[in-house]
Structure formats: C-alpha cells, structure tokens
Design a protein around this ligand. Structure first.
Ligand SMILES: [Zn+2]
Length: 403
C-alpha cells in the first residue's frame, strides 16, 4: 500500500501502475478518458493523479482542443523532472548516458571497461558510474534509476548475469551490487533484448505489439516483442538465433556446434569471406597491394554494385533470410527490425530476405511482416533507458519511488 502525503489515504500499487502506464502510453490524456481506459471511479483516479503529480511523475498540460470557457487540462508524464543513468557495458568500453524519462540524452561519456574478471568488471563499472554522476550533478534533479545492458545471458527479472562472452562469471548479481553501491534502483538486461524494448517505446515498433529485432555485430542475436511484452525466455536465454545451425558441414562455432548462423553472418565472418575471395580473385603484387576492407567499406561497395561485395552480402542475406523465415513461422511478428553495420547495405540484402520470407513461410494467413532498418542506430543507451521505463510501467520501480 502507498500512503498519500496530501490526504493520508492508502492506495494499492497496481491501480497506480495502471494509471501511470496508461498516461505513458496514451498521454496527454484527459481525466475522463483516463478513467474510461483504466476502468476506475473518478474519485480514485483523482487521488492517484494527485499522488503522481506530487511525486513529479505526472504533470498537467493544456489540451489542444478548447470549447471556450475554462481551458481543459490533460495529464502527461513529467519526463523532464527526473533523470536516469543508462549504461551499455560493451566488450571493451562502458558507454554511459544521462537521459530524461523520454529517452532524451542529456550527457554521455565512454570509458574503457575493466574485463580481467567479474570482480574488476563490477568495480570498474561502479567507479565509472560514480564519476559520471558526480561530474554531472548540475544536470541531475532526481536520479530515478539505472539501466545497464550487456551482451550475454542475463536474467533481467532476477538481475543476474549468467554468461558474458568475454568474462567468466558465476551467477553475477550485478543489479544488486550496483543498487547497493549507488543506492539507486538498478535494472539489467541483454543489450539486444533491451534494444527491442527500446524500439517498442521509442522507435519503429511503437505501433505494433509483435516484433522481431535482429542485431548483427560481432555476434548475432534477436529480441522478441510478443503481445507488447519483451519475451526473454527461461533465464533470459531466448533469442539466440546466431546459434541456429545453417550448415552442418560448416565452420566450428565457439558454442561447440558447427555451421551456426553466426559463423556466416557476423561482421568478422563477412570481412573474412570478402577479403579472402578478394585475394583469391586478384593476388596482391608489389605494385598493387590489396587492402582488407572492413564491414562498412564492404557495405558501401555493395551499395555501389561492386560484384564481389554484392555476391558476398547476398549470400549472407540468404542465410539470414532463411532463419528469419523460420522465426516468422514461429512467432509471426508484424515487423522485423535489422540493426548493425550490415543495415547500411539494406537495398542489397532486403530483396533476398524478402524472397526467403515469401518462399519459407505460410502465405495468406496474415499480412507479411514489414522488414525495416532500426531507426535508433547507435543510440545504445536507449536499451538501459527502456529497462528503467519498463520498471516504471509495471509498478516495480514506481512502488519504490512512492514509498
Ligand atoms: Zn554456435
């Protein structure tokens, strides 16, 4: 139960969370409309709205439409009154961002990560956050939560890291350690899953409830939005599409299996394949030394219709498209969102992926999924922001703030 300061009455948390979530999804919204959406008596709604306004979570804004006389007011989230710290803990760097509740970036900083052991990783992360907070106190009125995203297997509900690709961890209770050190509620999650949630809150999946977000960098992973909720699976291990076998006679993957999707379509695999074929076609000579191309250069070459780059990326798109088609059959998303450097070659890869979806899925049962490039690009802090936003919407963080 939450006690209101102004009236001294007690309110249950779930109705408060329902009102907050509805305002966040539909605001600015009138009190009448809000009462209708939340199926709530006007008196209860008024008390909850007052509580949320007293805590600078919700504010009154002037409505657009006026019928003369007293100007009607609507309720909206007070996005600027509170801030949150979003961190992406990458393989080599910590990317820190101070944001408001709308995801707008106020300040950012990148520092080198400590990756010798789970102890140095944790200590380095906490030190980096402490420095960042104290260097930006002039921008902070109320630091409401911390959201940390990282690669690996993360149980976001328990706040535990089960696996990281570059550090050996033993059920690392990262959320608890950070929360204890900084005395701010902390939420953690896999970076691809969290970016899928960010697409739903801030990006291209705002208007759909079922989406598949595919991230291709050093690894390949998917985030799944099902019925408007992020689906993370047992211990947060859902979405490992990079380890779907596409070539049983293929190269050995670090997971122990052979011919995983990741061994064919991650950035290093594309670079190796292109540069190897390039050398085979045209051996380097003293007068024409061959320079290796990186993924960005290969994508640019493909868009400029260089035959080798086009062929390599069409092969990649075929493997990717076949795995996407499997997933379309399984979860039938409305949108498929591609993220990573390879998205720069979208005009080359999209027709191949579309063809795989047309030939590899059941046609006619629903509208074909829309294939898009993530509009959020390199705004990786939005993943951590989304985790904090989810905790506000589901009431878990809201309850702590109102206690
Ligand atoms: Zn594998």
């Amino acid at each position: 139960m939450i006690k209101t300061e102004s009236t001294g009455q007690e309110l249950r948390l779930q109705p408060i969370a329902t009102v907050y979530r509805t305002i966040d999804q539909a605001g600015p919204i009138s009190r009448i409309q809000l009462a209708r959406e939340c199926l709530m008596a006007p008196g209860t709604l008024t008390r909850i709205a007052r509580l949320l306004m007293d805590n600078h979570l919700v504010q009154e804004v002037a409505s657009q439409a006026s019928t003369g006389g007293r100007r009607p007011v609507s309720l909206a989230i007070n996005t600027a009154a509170r801030q949150l710290l979003a961190v992406r803990a990458g393989r080599s760097h910590f990317h820190l961002g101070l944001c408001d509740l709308s995801g707008k970036l106020i300040k950012k900083e990148t520092v080198e990560a400590s990756t010798d052991s789970e102890e140095t990783f944790c200590a380095g992360l906490i030190t980096a956050m402490r420095h960042f907070i104290s260097a930006n106190t002039q921008h902070i009125t109320a630091l409401t939560g911390v959201g940390i995203t990282l690669p690996g297997l993360i149980d976001s509900h328990a706040g535990i890291v089960h696996f990281m690709p570059n550090i050996t961890v033993n059920q690392l209770a990262l959320a608890q350690s950070v929360q204890h050190a900084l005395e701010i509620p902390c939420y953690i999650g896999n970076d691809t899953a969290a970016m899928c949630l960010a697409e739903h809150y801030f990006g291209t999946a705002q208007t759909c409830n079922n989406a598949l977000f595919i991230s291709i960098h050093n690894g390949v992973r998917a985030g799944m939005m099902i019925h408007g909720e992020l689906y993370e699976g047992c211990l947060g291990a859902a979405g490992e599409i990079g380890h779907i076998q596409v070539d049983p006679l293929g190269q050995r993957c670090y997971c122990g299996n052979f011919g995983c999707l990741e061994t064919l379509v991650c950035n290093p695999a594309i670079e190796n394949r292109y540069n190897q074929l390039s050398r085979d076609h045209q051996p380097a000579t003293d007068s024409y030394p061959l320079e290796n191309k990186n993924i960005a250069e290969i994508c640019a070459a493909a868009v400029n219709l260089e035959p080798l780059a086009v062929n390599v990326l069409k092969d990649v798109a075929k493997h990717l498209g076949n795995v996407i088609a499997m997933n379309v059959n399984l979860i039938r998303p409305e949108k498929i969102i591609l993220s990573g450097e390879i998205a720069a070659a979208f005009p080359v890869i999209a027709p191949v992926i579309q063809h795989c979806m047309e030939t590899g899925t059941v046609q006619g049962i629903s509208r074909a999924p829309i294939l898009e490039v993530s509009p959020l690009g390199q705004q990786r802090w939005l993943g951590g922001t989304a985790l904090v936003k989810r905790a506000l919407r589901d009431g878990s963080l809201l309850g702590q703030l109102l206690e």
